[in-house]
Design a protein around this ligand. Structure first.
Ligand code: SAM
Length: 218
C-alpha cells in the first residue's frame, strides 16, 4: 500500500471513504474541545475540515494527493495560496492549511501550535507496519509540539478478517500498544455497523465495530 495506490484512487475517483457530510462522531464529540489548532492527518478532501473551521478552530491537514487538495479548495470555492517546500506543497487559506505530501516528510513546523488531532480513516488506512510508523511519528511530533493534556480523537474500525483493508481492522489492544505509553486512553463510543453505510462491497455481510477513542497526552 504505497503512495501510488492512494494517488490512483484519487485519480480514478475511487474514493468511497469520502463522506458528503461531517462525520457524526466528530459532530458529537468535538464540541467539547476548546477552540485551537486541529491537525487532521491523511485528510483527503474531507468535509470534516470545513466543519472544524466553522466551529472556530484553525485547521491543518496533511494529504498525499494533489488531486484531493485541489478538489477540496475548488469544490468549496475557497481561494488559497500554494507554496512549495521541497517535496511538499503548502496550500494556505483563511483558517485552513493543507500540506500536500507524504505524512512522514511534511516538516515538523506543520504541527507547531496544534492543540488537538482528529484522526478519521487515517490510522486504519495503513497496513500494520505503517501503522506503527505512523503512530511513532505522531507521538514524536506531539511530544515536541503539543501542550500536555492535548487530545487526539481516533476513530477506528475492527472486524474479523485482518487481510481486507483498507480500511484495516485495528483492535483496542493495538491502540493500547501503539499509544498507551504516551497517552491516557478513553473510549468515547463503540457501535456496530450504523455509520458504515459507505463500506466497500467487499465488507458486505461482515460485522464491523466502529470505535472512538480520546487519547490524552500524559
Ligand atoms: C481512507 S482516506 C481518508 C481520508 C479522510 N481522512 C476522510 O475521512 O475522508 C486516507 C487518505 O490518506 C491519504 N494518504 C495515504 N497515505 C498517506 C501518506 N503517507 N501521507 C499523506 N496522506 C496519505 C490518502 O491519499 C487518502 O486521501
Amino acid at each position: 500500500m504505497d503512495s501510488q495506490y492512494w494517488k490512483e484512487k484519487w485519480e480514478t475517483g475511487d474514493t468511497l471513504f469520502h463522506l458528503d457530510r461531517p462525520h457524526e462522531q466528530l459532530v458529537r464529540h468535538f464540541p467539547h474541545v476548546p477552540n485551537g489548532k486541529v491537525m487532521v492527518p491523511l485528510c483527503g478532501k474531507s468535509n470534516d475540515l470545513l466543519w472544524l473551521r466553522a466551529q472556530g478552530h484553525e485547521v491543518v491537514g496533511i494529504e498525499l494527493s494533489s488531486v484531493a487538495c485541489e478538489a477540496f479548495f475548488r469544490e468549496n470555492k475557497i481561494s488559497c495560496e500554494r507554496v512549495t517546500h521541497g517535496s511538499v506543497v503548502k496550500y494556505e487559506s483563511d483558517g485552513i492549511t493543507l500540506w500536500c505530501g507524504n505524512y512522514f516528510e511534511v516538516p515538523a513546523s506543520a504541527w507547531r501550535g496544534c492543540t488537538s488531532v482528529y484522526d478519521r480513516a487515517a490510522l486504519i488506512a495503513l497496513p500494520e507496519d505503517l501503522r506503527r510508523k505512523y503512530a511513532h511519528h505522531m507521538i514524536g511530533m506531539w511530544r515536541e509540539q503539543a501542550p500536555q493534556g492535548s487530545p487526539i480523537f481516533l476513530i477506528t474500525v475492527e472486524y474479523a478478517s485482518e487481510t481486507m483493508g483498507p480500511p484495516f481492522s485495528v483492535s483496542e489492544d493495538e491502540i493500547r500498544t501503539l499509544y498507551g505509553a504516551a497517552f491516557e486512553i478513553q473510549k468515547l463510543n463503540e457501535q456496530r455497523e450504523q455509520s458504515l453505510s459507505q463500506r466497500p462491497p467487499k465488507f458486505t455481510g461482515i460485522e464491523v465495530i466502529e470505535r472512538v477513542h480520546r487519547l490524552t497526552r500524559k
